[in-house]
Design a protein around this ligand. Structure first.
Ligand code: NAP
Length: 245
């Protein structure tokens, strides 16, 4: 395993949720952590919560000019983590318009694509890229076809890039349901119901915490002989608990 001390690691989507959890863990391991997101206020709060060497940069990963400006400011990096979120396109096919799917693809798949393109000139040739996809692309569930399309595209793209960009390592983490600010828009009651129902279906009996994913991010960055991997960190979501017969 590589020692992460003094490694420069950029986390796009590092000001909240799993990206922030990863930033906190990596900084504790001695890395120099750079986090990016759109809101400067959110970045400032996140940097204040990180013990270690951290800095925040405002950038929008759906905008190529913003990404170019970001990489011009930060310079060389050893590793890139993509943890920004998309506009979620939930619902059965009859209710998710082509425009909504198109927006979701643009905001996550295309955003990740443009982030990697912009990062390559600044990435150490034998560094790494870790992408967060989503368990909807691994476990078919009614109402999540659009999420499956977006996140499945990310997994397939990453495996091809692992070949194309070697010796740069490219790996994917597929997170299951994790309690993050992504669900702040739900009522407390609806959120508690959704998380309880999901936990009951999981072999491990609980939904995820951000540090469950952060551990996996740290592992994939440090694991110098791992590339093209897809790591399911989802409490066992692919093997849902079945009611007794
Ligand atoms: N939470 C889950 O249950 C879950 C499950 C499966 C997969 N995922 C995936 O895991 C990743 C992380 O999810 P999360 O729940 O940790 O998200 P989150 O808590 O909503 O945090 C998202 C982060 O991305 C940043 N961001 C959003 N849009 C951006 C943009 N256009 N440009 C730059 N930064 C942007 C946010 O900051 P600003 O808003 O300030 O830009 C924030 O730092 C996402 O790709 C999500 O789809 C999540």
């Amino acid at each position: 395993m590589q020692n992460l001390a003094h490694q420069r690691i950029l986390i796009i989507g590092g000001s909240a949720g799993m990206g922030l959890g990863a930033a906190q863990r990596l900084a504790k391991a001695g890395a120099e952590v750079l986090i990016a997101g759109r809101s400067q206020q959110r970045l400032d709060q996140a940097v204040a919560s990180i013990e270690g060497h951290a800095a925040g940069y405002a950038a929008d990963f759906t905008n190529s000019a913003s990404l170019t400006a970001l990489f011009a400011r930060i310079g060389r990096i050893d590793h890139l983590v993509l943890a920004a979120s998309s506009s979620a396109a939930w619902g059965p096919i009859a209710q998710v318009s082509g425009d909504a799917l198109s927006t979701a693809l643009n905001q996550k798949l295309v955003g990740y694509w443009m982030s990697i393109q912009a990062a390559i000139p600044q990435l150490r040739p034998d560094g790494s890229i870790t992408l967060l996809s989503g368990a909807a692309s691994r476990t078919p569930m009614p109402g999540t076809a659009a999420l499956a399309a977006v996140n499945g595209g990310i997994t397939q793209m990453a495996q091809t890039l692992a070949l194309e960009l070697a010796p740069l390592r490219v790996n994917v983490i597929s997170p299951g349901l994790v309690d993050t600010p992504a669900y702040d828009g739900m009522s407390a009651e609806a959120k508690a119901g959704m998380f309880a129902a999901a936990a009951a279906r999981l072999p491990l009996g609980r939904t995820g915490a951000v540090d469950d994913i952060a551990q996996a991010v740290e592992f994939l960055i440090a694991s110098s002989w791992t590339t093209g991997a897809l790591l399911d960190v989802d409490g066992g979501a692919r093997m849902p608990v079945q009611p007794a017969r």
